[in-house]
Design a protein around this ligand. Structure first.
Ligand code: SF4
Length: 391
């Protein structure tokens, strides 16, 4: 490996594409300077510790130039000539979109400040969302992540009924959208008819992100989640019965006020039993103006962390076992980026940044960022799958 003395805190900003990108880079550079970074623009010296590539992805030539530049700096990083490479701008945004279908939340969850900050739930009408999806598809977006604080509530305010299924069905008809995935469904009252759309429409990913928060009825009630442990289990089983290969992602909280060792054990057993495909856990954070703020934040920080770590350790084992079942199977994979020796992508069961990734060696062949390919999984670890190109 080559080595070179990199100037610490020196940032090289590389701009590709249109004048909007040049403007964005200028804003970025002045912010970096204000934060005491030593900034240079498009230096070929490779003496900066950090490289930020502001990409363009809307015209084919610019797209190719962006990809070549990313590969050039990824290689410089592998050789030790640069220590960090960040990719920002249109190309990094092009193939997926942060597609918000509603704002705010009407739920009373005791630990959460979002309803106070964002106000009541307001759904965006279906027609408006379908039009936005069409214009995104025309720009090359292939994946829509349907985001709301509470997808379950979608439609109740404007249509007086839960209308997520109809929305997803109409979005699935938009030409060019190859993946639609659902993020943040509240468990109580979840509209099961959306699962019929998921099973029948091939471009609706068999993926559901449903934060469940805890596995003890006592704590769920204290959290004002409107559901018990038993009902949660029934719901998860019903979802799995309707869409057998669904990837369920959930999020939990460790150390809610009053959480005893026994309550934690219940959550542990819940995770062990339900075997979620993806799971994240946070330590409880005592937020001003929430209902839970009235109670004592009585679980010490180190205990919250220990409990969260134990759950993550358990989940790592579950994830490893589930990943081993994928070895030898073929999946459609969307490639997001190039890093070191690998092209990196995801299956329909994985959301960007939080879930598993599929790694294919660059020496395997050429894969275009933003394109799909069929990959056979050859090996797997806890959170990553390794594969070879089939087509
Ligand atoms: S946790 Fe989610 S559902 Fe509950 S109040 Fe907060 S945003 Fe709403």
């Amino acid at each position: 490996m080559k080595t070179k003395t990199l100037k610490k805190n020196k940032v090289n900003v590389v701009t590709l594409g249109c004048s909007k990108n040049i403007f964005d880079s200028e804003v970025l550079m002045s912010q970096l300077k204000a934060n005491q970074f030593d900034v240079e623009h498009e230096s070929m010296e490779d003496d900066a510790e950090i490289v930020i590539i502001n990409t363009c992805g809307f015209i084919d030539n610019a797209k190719q130039e962006s990809i070549d530049t990313i590969i050039r700096y990824a290689e410089a990083k592998a050789e030790g000539l640069v220590s960090k490479v960040y990719v920002t701008g249109c190309l990094s945004e092009r193939y997926k979109d942060y597609f918000k279908i509603a704002e705010g939340c009407d739920r009373p969850c005791s630990f959460c400040a979002i309803p106070i900050m964002r106000g009541k739930h307001v759904s965006t009408p279906i027609d408006e969302l379908v039009n936005s999806a069409k214009s995104l598809a025309a720009k090359g977006v292939k994946e829509l992540m349907l985001i709301a604080q509470d997808l379950t509530y979608y439609g109740l305010d404007i249509y007086k009924k839960r209308n997520l299924a109809e929305l997803v069905d109409k979005l699935s008809e938009v030409e060019g959208i190859e993946w639609i995935r659902l993020h943040y469904a509240f468990p109580a009252g979840f509209p099961m008819d959306v699962l019929d759309v998921m099973s029948t429409k091939s471009n609706v990913c068999n993926y559901l992100d449903m934060p469940l928060q805890h596995g003890s009825t006592k704590i769920l009630q204290a959290m004002r989640r409107g559901i018990t442990r038993e009902k949660t289990e029934e719901l998860v089983n019903e979802i799995r019965a309707k869409v057998p290969n669904i990837a369920l992602r959930t999020t939990l909280i460790a150390g809610y006020p009053g959480e005893t060792e026994e309550d934690f054990q219940e959550m542990y057993e819940f995770v062990e039993k339900m075997r979620f495909d993806r799971l994240g856990i946070f330590s409880y954070s005592h937020e001003d103006n929430t209902h839970a703020y009235n109670f004592e934040d009585d679980v010490p920080a180190n205990v919250k962390k220990e409990r969260a770590d134990k759950i993550m350790e358990l989940q790592a084992g579950i994830s490893y076992e589930l990943n081993q079942l994928k070895v030898g199977k073929q999946f459609k994979v969307l490639f997001d980026r190039v890093e070191g020796d690998y092209f990196i992508g995801r299956t329909e069961f994985d959301s960007p940044e939080v879930d598993n990734e599929v790694l294919v060696l660059k020496s395997e062949g050429y894969l275009r960022i933003g394109d799909f390919a069929t990959i056979e999984i050859t090996s797997a670890d806890h959170y990553d799958l390794y594969g070879k190109i089939v087509s």
